[in-house]
Design a protein around this ligand. Structure first.
Ligand SMILES: [Zn+2]
Length: 323
C-alpha cells in the first residue's frame, strides 16, 4: 500500500494567504487562497491563519488523510525553534512578537513548524521545483517586496539568528530612499512591483502613450503590474524602460551577492518575474556584466517552477528541516 505522508502548508503573503494539502511526493491534493488583508493587523491575521489551518485539517479528515504536521511560511524573521516572528515584517503591522507556532499548536493539537516565507518557497523549489538539480542556490522573489533565501549544499542557510537571505535590504544607495526597515537606500525601495507602478504612473501622467491608454481603458488608476508587462510585450517604450530599469537595478544588487556566494543557480519567482517581457534575462545580463567572470561562468538563471504553490508546498516540508 501507499507509503505517502501528508502535510498541510500555509504561505502568508502581503496580498494573499495561499494554502493546501500536499503529499510527500510534492503532489498538491487541495489548494486555495484568501486575501490576507494584512492592514487589519496581527490579531485578525492570526485568527484567519488559525481558521485556514482548521479548515485544512477538516478537509483532510473528510478525505481520510492523516496529516503529519502543519508548516507555515510568513513574512518576517522567524525563530524556527519557537515558531515566533522575531524581526522586521514591514508589510504586516504589529506582526513582530506573534507566537504563531505556539498559538497554532495549542489550537490544532498537531506539530507546527514556522519559517520565513522566502525560506519556505526555497525549500519547495529545492525539493520539487527548479532547485532539484542544484546544490548551491540563491532564491529571489520579486513582488510586493524582495525576498531571498540561500541554499548551501542543499540546506537552507538561516544565519546565526534566522535573518539570512534578506536580499531586499542590501544597500545600493548610500544616501538613498528611507526604507521601512529603518535603513535607507535598500534595494527593495528601487525595484519592486509597487515601485514600478509608482514610477509608471508618474511618467504616464506626463505623457500617456497610445498602447498604455488602450490597455488601461483610458484610466491610469487601472494600472497594475500585469498591465505594465502587457504594455511592454506590446512594445510600449515607456513600459519597457521601467521594466528594464527595475531589472538592471536588481541585477546590480544581486551581482554583489553572486561575488559573495558564487552560487550554481539563481531561482527567480514572484509577481514581477511572472510578468515575463525579458525581465529575468535583463537581470541576468546585468549580473554577468557586473560580477567576476569566474563567479558567473557556471551560473544558471532560472524561473521558479512551482509558481504560487511553492510557498505552501515548501512550508509543508518544514517539519523535515527542523533544527
Ligand atoms: Zn530596508
Amino acid at each position: 500500500m501507499s507509503q505517502l505522508t501528508y502535510y498541510a502548508g500555509i504561505d502568508i503573503g502581503a496580498s494573499n494567504i495561499k494554502y493546501g494539502l500536499v503529499d510527500s511526493t510534492g503532489k498538491v491534493i487541495y489548494r486555495d487562497l484568501k486575501p490576507s488583508q494584512v492592514a487589519k493587523g496581527a490579531m485578525p491575521l492570526l485568527h484567519m491563519v488559525t481558521n485556514i489551518a482548521e479548515n485544512l485539517l477538516l478537509r483532510a479528515a473528510e478525505d481520510e488523510l492523516q496529516i503529519k504536521w502543519l508548516g507555515v511560511g510568513t513574512p518576517g524573521v522567524v525563530d524556527i525553534k519557537t515558531g515566533t516572528v522575531i524581526g522586521i515584517s514591514p508589510n504586516i503591522p504589529d506582526w513582530v512578537g506573534t507566537e504563531l507556532g505556539p498559538h497554532l499548536k495549542e489550537h490544532l493539537n498537531l506539530p507546527v513548524y514556522v519559517d520565513n516565507d522566502a525560506n519556505s518557497m526555497a525549500l519547495g523549489e529545492l525539493r520539487f521545483g527548479a532547485g532539484r538539480r542544484f546544490n548551491n542556490i540563491l532564491c529571489v522573489t520579486v513582488g510586493t517586496g524582495i525576498g531571498g533565501a540561500v541554499i548551501i549544499n542543499k540546506e537552507l542557510w538561516r544565519g546565526s539568528n534566522f535573518t539570512a537571505g534578506e536580499l531586499g535590504h542590501i544597500v545600493i544607495d548610500y544616501n538613498g530612499k528611507k526604507c521601512d526597515c529603518g535603513n535607507s537606500g535598500c534595494l527593495e525601495k528601487y525595484c519592486t512591483g509597487p515601485v514600478m507602478i509608482k514610477l509608471a504612473i508618474e511618467k504616464l501622467k506626463n505623457g500617456m502613450t497610445e498602447t498604455m491608454n488602450e490597455i488601461l481603458s483610458g484610466d491610469i488608476e487601472n494600472l497594475n503590474i500585469k498591465k505594465l508587462f502587457t504594455g511592454a510585450k506590446k512594445g510600449d517604450e515607456l513600459a519597457l524602460s521601467i521594466i528594464e530599469q527595475s531589472a538592471k537595478i536588481l541585477g546590480a544588487g544581486l551581482s554583489g551577492i553572486v561575488n559573495l556566494l558564487n552560487p550554481e543557480a539563481i531561482i527567480f519567482g514572484g509577481g514581477v518575474i511572472d510578468g515575463g517581457a525579458g525581465y529575468i534575462e535583463i537581470v541576468g545580463a546585468e549580473i554577468r556584466r557586473r560580477s567576476f567572470p569566474t563567479a558567473t561562468e557556471n551560473l544558471r538563471i532560472v524561473k521558479a517552477e512551482l509558481g504560487n504553490n511553492a510557498g505552501f508546498i515548501g512550508a509543508g516540508l518544514l517539519g523535515e528541516y527542523k533544527l
